[in-house]
Design a protein around this ligand. Structure first.
Ligand SMILES: NC(=O)c1ccc[n+]([C@@H]2O[C@H](COP(=O)([O-])OP(=O)(O)OC[C@H]3O[C@@H](n4cnc5c(N)ncnc54)[C@H](OP(=O)(O)O)[C@@H]3O)[C@@H](O)[C@H]2O)c1
Length: 355
């Protein structure tokens, strides 16, 4: 049995699902893969639980419970060391072959992740930000043998693995296209049904499909990060300025509080209705699509035939040397925390297998 120390940054939706999957899957993981993950540390933004020998399953599930109730992972609420000090602590404890898992949405973790990799540890990311910053800081994380990030795009669908396979077999990537946001997909289907944009936003928020501030989704930045990750993997050294992003709200609404934004969003309705109606006359629906080719991309609303399978699916397609006439298509259910966590777990297992 391979015992693998794990350090988890982030115990939100994805981190909690991951901990539950590890605890509930201990027996199949041992039988099928001969792996035992010892969760040495779990951290939220302010506190940490640590046990060099591995936290017990009871401690892990209690921490998940605490987070669900809005409490910190450490019941004693002791301030945690910085991420850099945590890496140091792992080194001092001689936890060789440790895997650091970043399931936060935090900015600025790049230096710590570099430190982790330089010390010979492995990294799994669901956090897109380290891969989507300036090319110069992000480049060391691409094609690194000890870094995996399946869940950064497609939320668990094997998108990164497929692209990695295409690159491994030297198949040139010509074009990448996809509907990469479940939230915007939901909003678009509400628009098809004649719902005003402001109401579709409010409904998506009420169902918990949006970020706490829906502008995070509507601005298209998250979709831009996803397509940038795919494009960079494909070999284009993209910067944010290479991808044109259409925001679904106007700049004058950018600085309002969330309630004020939701109140004012009705001023977006008339212009959007005009676009929906125009598409409808042509037998089309609007979908929020990301497209990338030859190192340049666009992210925004695009009319597509109403009856086409792509109108009703979260998908990513690759047009490549082998798949030129008919692109390779990956589609299916959109992201959720369980699938995203499963993507992270799959990466952790993959890293251990390759060690
Ligand atoms: N949700 C999905 O379906 C999905 C799909 C694909 C990818 N992702 C990505 O997965 C990541 C996690 O998503 P989520 O939905 O689980 O987010 P979330 O519920 O907001 O949880 C984020 C967690 O990270 C913690 N955190 C923030 N900064 C930290 C730091 N510097 N060190 C340690 N912990 C820190 C937060 O702590 P506090 O509780 O103290 O704030 C919280 O526990 C995001 O990057 C997201 O884009 C999510």
């Amino acid at each position: 049995m391979k015992e693998v120390p794990v350090i988890l940054f982030g115990v939100g939706g994805v981190g909690s699902a991951l901990l539950r999957q590890i605890v509930n899957g201990r027996s199949p993981l041992a039988t099928r893969n001969q792996i035992q993950f010892n969760i040495v540390a779990i951290t939220d933004s302010k506190t940490m639980l640590w046990d060099k020998a591995g936290l017990s399953d009871e401690q892990l599930l209690a921490a998940v419970d605490a987070k669900t109730q809005g409490l910190p992972v450490d019941p004693a609420r002791q301030a945690r060391p910085s991420e850099a000090k945590i890496v140091q602590k792992v080194a001092e404890a001689n936890l060789d072959s440790a895997i650091f898992v970043d399931v936060t949405a935090a900015d600025g973790l790049e230096p710590v992740l570099m430190q982790v990799l330089n010390r010979g540890y492995s990294v799994v990311l669901a956090n897109k930000k380290p891969l989507a910053g300036a090319w110069e800081t992000a480049v060391p994380f691409y094609n690194h043998p000890r870094l995996r990030h399946e869940s950064t795009v497609g939320g668990g669908q094997p998108v990164i693995a497929t692209l990695r396979y295409l690159l491994d077999v030297n198949d040139p990537i010509y074009q990448i296209e996809g509907q990469l946001s479940g939230t915007l997909g939901f909003i678009c289907t509400q628009l098809d049904a004649g719902m005003p944009l402001s109401q579709a936003i409010a409904e998506a928020k009420a169902k918990g499909f949006t970020e706490p501030d829906p502008r995070e989704d509507l601005g298209g930045k998250d979709v831009m990060r996803k397509v940038m990750i795919l494009g960079r993997m494909a070999g284009w050294p993209l910067e944010a300025s290479d991808i044109e992003v259409e925001s679904l709200y106007t700049p004058d609404l950018a600085n309002l509080s969330v309630p004020d934004f939701l109140g004012a969003a009705s001023q977006l309705d008339a212009a959007m209705k005009e676009r929906v109606d125009e598409a409808c006359v042509n037998g089309q629906v609007l979908r929020y699509v990301a497209e990338l080719s030859e190192g340049r991309g666009t992210v925004g609303l695009k009319p597509i035939p109403a009856g086409s399978p792509l109108a009703n699916m979260k998908y990513i397609s690759f047009r490549t040397g082998f798949y030129n006439d008919e692109p390779l298509l990956i589609g299916g259910k959109g992201a959720g925390v369980e699938m995203t966590a499963a993507g992270v777990l799959g990466d952790m297992i993959g890293l251990v297998r390759e060690q």
